[in-house]
Write a protein that binds this ligand. Structure first.
Ligand code: ZN
Length: 266
């Protein structure tokens, strides 16, 4: 058995584990600032809506008070006509004033009807206003919470990330230059950052393709470094990883939180 190859595989696996931890911390931090930014956008949108509704409400209220003033004016006019009718000179004058009084009465009825309509409109708008304000307040609370969380995670992880970066550098120097370059090249090309993958249930733990049995035993033999025929990741067996070989391969966890407070499409 080639001890050197085995040692190389162990060093590669060790480096991969450190880098995967780093990726997880990055993913964790990577989404929170985005979530905070999303919430901030949403709050701006809701605030604009609240302001807009307030303008609409004010305009309906103004219209209602204009109608009420008009009714007062018509009532004054009717009083004036009544005075005139008390001092009437002839029937022609009587008819003319009575007609004017009737028109004023109809104007009042029309204005009252309009006030009722506007009142209903105002009610509907007030309801939307209340709901939007509630949404706004709730988002503001969410934002406050997320911001606190982000600050905490940043603080919390700073130390951890610095530690992991140092460990990664150290593990990298344990590899020979050619291997270190290969590792970095593969890692850079893989979306999940996995350069060294375990064999899991006879499949590559990186791309989940089946590994032919002969190749599997070659990997286990540690005669040379063997990559996955499909994705090019370096493959390591259970004796290197210490992982249960029968574990079902799973998509690596790259993000912790998927829950979004907003209904926006991902
Ligand atoms: Zn693969």
């Amino acid at each position: 058995m080639d001890v050197t190859i085995e040692k190389k595989l162990q060093d590669l696996w060790k480096l991969q584990q450190i880098d995967s931890k780093l990726d997880n911390v990055h993913a964790l931090m990577g989404e929170l600032p985005m979530e905070v930014a999303d919430l901030e956008d949403e709050i701006v949108g809701l605030q604009t809506r609240v302001d807009h509704i307030a303008v609409e409400v004010k305009s309906v209220e103004d219209e209602i008070s204009a109608k009420k003033n008009a009714i007062k004016d018509f009532n004054k006019l009717i009083e004036k006509y009544d005075d005139q009718l008390n001092n009437i000179k002839n029937s022609r004058e009587f008819e003319a004033i009575t007609k004017e009084k009737e028109i004023a009465g109809l104007e009042i009825l029309g204005a009252e009807k309009k006030i009722r309509e506007l009142g209903k409109m105002l009610e509907a708008k007030a309801e939307i206003q209340t709901k939007t304000k509630e949404d706004l307040e709730s988002r503001k609370k969410d934002l406050e919470f997320k911001k606190t969380e982000l600050t905490e995670i940043e603080k919390e992880n700073e130390e951890e990330m610095n530690k992991l970066r140092k460990e990664s550098e150290k593990a990298m120097t344990a590899l020979d230059k050619r291997l270190a370059r290969a590792y970095s090249r593969i890692r850079k090309n893989m979306k999940n950052g996995v350069s060294v993958a375990p064999i899991l249930r006879g499949s590559c733990g990186g791309c989940f393709s089946k590994i032919p049995p002969q190749r599997q035993s070659d990997i286990r033999a540690h005669f040379r470094i063997i990559d996955c025929e499909h994705c090019g990741r370096i493959l390591v067996d259970q004796s290197v990883t210490g992982m249960e070989a029968q574990v079902e391969p799973k998509e690596p966890k790259t993000t912790r939180r998927k829950v979004r407070l907003t209904a926006k499409a991902e």
